[in-house]
Design a protein around this ligand. Structure first.
Ligand SMILES: [Ca+2]
Length: 520
């Protein structure tokens, strides 16, 4: 397993480890044909070891050596005096066949990123970099210093500064090695990496020409605390709902809403139009237990998302069709809540500032208070919801955002909110589509797995848009069987348009679907 993602393994949820790992795998699997070299025949102007002598502000070159692949590997540490922070950066430079481009890579959860993520891009000819954003591993404990106080430097390093530092160092060393700056720079990431990409567009618009942002962890200060809501609901009701009942409700919702899009394929294309209510399961047997009205109430609240004491909206819940067992995890005998580890870390270290904080003492009112603290204290730092992308657009930046509609960790509704805010701020849908497009993928989860088809060709799409001015009119999504063979293709169209079955031909062939505006 990829070492960085293995550090993200939540303490008590093996299923989630698989999900996070699959996310890494999907990005690695996005192996696409090599890109046309922009400076054919160009050779490095110095030896790899010579890069150890490059001088950059507040930056130490820890090592510069050729690795077993013949790639020049440079390890760098950046700090921000007078703080004593240490941002580790891993840079890979192909000695031959550099394609003339730079690729920055994102992380996952609280992990800023990992050295292994540069392998794929370097193999495809990119100069590439990744960073730990100032702390090791996937725990949120870095937010507190040894005295239990908030470590603001490490928090902002993780929230936005580390990726910028990585980009500055990576591009500078690329230029030192080849004697030419990268002609184009791209950022690719999912989840936290998706958030990091959008943060670059918002705060450091000169860093990248093209950004691919998958299932972005934007609205971090809202959706992360919101992900503990199902546990608060179950704890308050003292009704911990077993996974079998959650899965029964998901299966029933899918069965009820599947065909609304015209194709019976186990996928709800538009979960926001699915209003199936779990009361319909009350009284039925699930395993050796009976589904109760109290169970229906919990599931309804998981789908609705957190509401304040006065009933007002706080945040989106999970979409119908998304696996509920990460947010509403349970275990033990008798059944107890098993909260999502990233959410728990955030409450402990960022909000309660107490590593021993006991979530089971929290009432819905207490949840609302901590939620409001989160919005107040971290919105400007972690929110990544600034809709003003003027500077990024004006220098020619392009961004592709995509999100699975059965995402069980980050509800896609938050990404839709952000994209709509960008449309409103940037002059409407048409003007926004000239530089920023959103693609929603029905039936796939946070790792882009599930009953639906997985978007492909993202690197090709962003490069084509940035370098050839060809905006992506659609993405091709693929589903593969266990033998790796493609069993289904579907088109994905830019939001808000959806893929509609023509009514004839195989529903497994993208050619039989057309772009349609969504039904009102
Ligand atoms: Ca369907």
């Amino acid at each position: 397993m990829n070492p960085i993602f293995s550090r993200l393994v939540p303490r008590r949820s093996p299923a989630l480890a698989v999900v996070v790992f699959l996310a890494a795998l999907t990005f690695a699997r996005a192996a696409e044909p090599p890109l046309k070299p922009l400076f054919p025949g160009l050779k490095p102007v110095c030896g790899c070891e010579d890069l150890a002598k490059v001088s950059l502000p507040n930056t130490t070159i820890d090592s510069a050596t050729l690795d077993s692949n013949g790639w020049c590997r440079v390890n760098v540490t950046v700090t921000h005096p007078p703080a004593g922070d240490r941002i580790k950066i891993w840079i890979g430079l192909p000695v031959t066949n550099w394609n003339g481009r730079f690729q920055g890579n994102g992380g996952g959860g609280f992990s800023g990123g990992g050295a292994s993520s540069i392998r794929g891009p370097v193999a495809r000819g990119f100069a590439s970099a990744a960073t730990d954003t100032g702390h090791e591993g996937g725990s949120g404990s870095f937010a507190l210093d040894a005295n239990g106080r908030l470590n603001w430097q490490l928090i902002i390093d993780n929230a936005y500064l580390g990726i910028h530092d990585m980009t500055v160092a990576g591009q500078a060393l690329t230029k030192a090695f080849y004697g030419k700056a990268p002609r184009y720079s791209y950022f690719v990431g999912g989840s936290t990496g998706g958030r990091q990409g959008l943060m670059e567009a918002q705060r450091f618009p000169n860093d990248y020409d093209g950004i691919v942002s998958a299932c972005p962890a934007i609205q971090f200060h809202r959706f992360v605390p919101a992900s503990l809501w199902p546990q608060v609901v179950m704890n308050t009701a003292q009704n911990f709902v077993p996974k079998a009942k959650l899965d029964a409700a998901t299966a029933s919702a899918i069965a009820a809403c599947d065909t609304a899009d015209g194709v019976k394929d186990g996928v709800i294309d538009d979960p926001w139009r699915c209003a199936w209510d779990p009361k319909e399961l009350v009284g039925t047997k699930v395993g050796d237990s009976t589904f109760t009205e109290a169970d229906a109430d919990v599931i309804r609240k998981v789908w609705n998302g957190p509401r304040a004491q006065d009933g007002s909206f706080m945040w989106h819940g999970l979409e119908r069709g998304a696996d509920m067992s990460a947010y509403a995890g349970t275990g033990g005998t008798p059944l107890q809540g098993r909260p999502f580890s990233i959410s728990m870390d955030y409450f402990k270290y960022f909000l309660a500032q107490d590593a021993k904080w006991d979530w089971t003492t929290m009432t819905p009112a207490g949840f609302e208070l901590l939620w409001k603290q989160s919005v107040e204290q971290y919105g400007a730092i972690f929110g990544t919801d600034d809709a003003d992308l003027t500077r990024f657009r004006d220098r020619g930046g392009k961004v592709i955002i995509y999100h699975g509609l059965a995402d069980q960790l980050i509800p896609a509704a938050g990404t839709v909110d952000y994209y709509r805010a960008v449309q409103a701020r940037m002059g409407g849908a048409e003007k926004t589509a000239q530089f920023a497009r959103l693609f929603l993928a029905p039936g796939v989860d946070h790792g882009f797995r599930g009953a639906g088809a997985t978007p492909t060709g993202l690197t090709e799409a962003i490069v084509n848009w940035v370098e050839n001015g060809a905006a992506p009119e659609k993405l091709l999504a693929e589903k593969r069987g266990t033998n790796g063979k493609v069993t289904q293709t579907r088109p994905l169209f830019p939001f808000p348009d959806v893929a509609k079955y023509k009514g004839e031909g195989s529903t497994d062939d993208a050619a039989n679907f057309v772009s349609r505006a969504p039904e009102k």
